[in-house]
Design a binder for this molecule. Structure first.
Ligand SMILES: Nc1ncnc2c1ncn2[C@@H]1O[C@H](COP(=O)(O)OP(=O)(O)OP(=O)(O)O)[C@@H](O)[C@H]1O
Ligand SMILES: [Mg+2]
Length: 343
């Protein structure tokens, strides 16, 4: 009888724990479930810092971590499974979860409108376009606007910028900060910068990013990769290496997607375009297309194409979004960053 009541209390407590299952549940809690500190350290060095992170990683990948045996993986998976509910949610419960999603303003209200409020968290947003269409300028502007409190209770936060083309310029951030009357030093201090030199390095940096996000839970709001494909294009050449490239790319995108959900941040990536050699033969309206193929197309939650208008005006078009219609918006590249175009 007593035992039964105890069990009830126990399962209620468990339920409560599940309910306020914090977003950033550190894997250290697994110590209470028989996982030793040394193994937890190994997981962390592989960029897996949260219980959710364990659930998002396959057994095979966990086994590949040095010093983690198959038997240990089973134990770790089991412990993680106990701590967080990976089962079905009702649509109502899921809708509650989605309430944590925030949007980061772009500096142009027109562009924000097109995006349904701005760059969405827990998702990958990709912009692609030819050179000088404003991809890097938009990336710079977001470094600043992400720090500003925004609509619907968005608090503002820090940004990580991964630069693969050596086009990041802190001085541009200063100019943009002036538009919003921000202190240069404090603003620059909130942007973590890393230059990636190879596609492998780019992938390794994501482990560091995860560690940073984990160190300061809830502080980072945006991860920018400008550009996502540049190094892949260099590191893999020709048709012979295409399959390999796409496989590595898929791994990187999957990592980005997981990071965005695990830490509730926006992931913003830029992409280049290429002429489609088959296009002249067919009746395609737009002979140029973003590179990265189907892998990138499916990984991006929202895709935006940019093209040049007159002078500093640029036109953005929603290319592919789960919940936005295929509209267009115009904006301008100004000294103060991305802004609405003057009529
Ligand atoms: N300080 C500034 N004030 C106003 N416009 C600027 C400023 N700096 C750059 N621009 C404009 O931004 C445009 C370049 O945009 P950006 O570098 O974002 O292109 P991109 O899409 O990243 O190109 P790429 O594919 O070569 O990387 C140019 O038209 C340039 O005139
Ligand atoms: Mg650029």
């Amino acid at each position: 009888m007593f035992q039964h009541e105890d069990q009830v209390v126990c399962s209620n407590e468990l339920q409560d724990n599940l309910d306020d299952e914090s977003f950033f549940q550190d894997i250290d809690v697994l110590q209470n479930h028989g996982i030793n500190v040394a193994d937890l350290k190994k997981l962390k060095s592989a960029g897996i810092c949260t219980v959710k992170g364990i659930q998002m990683t396959t057994r095979k990948k966990l086994c590949n971590i040095k010093g983690i045996s198959e038997a240990k993986v089973d134990k770790i998976k089991e412990a993680a499974g106990k701590l967080s509910s990976s089962d079905f949610l009702t649509a109502l419960e899921y809708s509650d979860k989605r309430r944590m999603v925030f949007r980061i303003a772009t500096g142009s209200q027109e562009l924000d409108k097109l995006l349904g409020g701005g760059i969405e968290s827990m998702a990958i947003t990709e912009v692609f376009g030819e050179f000088r269409t404003g991809k890097t300028q938009l990336s710079h502007t977001l470094c600043v606007t992400a720090q500003l409190p925004g609509k619907n209770g968005y608090s503002g936060g820090k940004v990580v910028f991964i630069d693969t083309e050596n086009t990041f310029r802190p001085d541009r951030l200063r100019e943009i900060a002036d538009r919003f009357n921000l202190d240069h030093t404090a603003m620059l201090d909130n942007v973590l910068y890393a230059r990636a030199y190879t596609s492998e390095h780019q992938m390794e940096l994501l482990d560091c990013v995860a560690a940073k996000f984990h160190e300061e839970p809830g502080v980072f709001k945006l991860l920018i990769v400008d550009s996502i494909m540049a190094l892949f294009r260099v590191d893999f050449s020709g048709r012979g290496e295409l399959a390999d490239r796409q496989q590595k790319l898929a791994q990187m995108l999957s990592r980005l997607q997981k990071i965005s959900e695990e830490y509730n941040v926006g992931v913003f990536v830029t992409n280049q375009m290429t002429a489609d050699p088959g296009a002249t033969m067919s009746f395609q309206a737009d002979p140029k297309k973003p590179i990265g193929g189907h892998i990138l197309a499916h990984a991006s939650t929202t895709r935006i194409s940019l093209r040049k208008g007159r002078g500093e005006v640029r036109i953005a078009k929603i290319y592919d979004s789960p919940d936005m219609p295929e509209n267009e918006a115009t904006f301008a590249i100004t000294p103060g960053g991305i802004n609405d175009a003057k009529e």
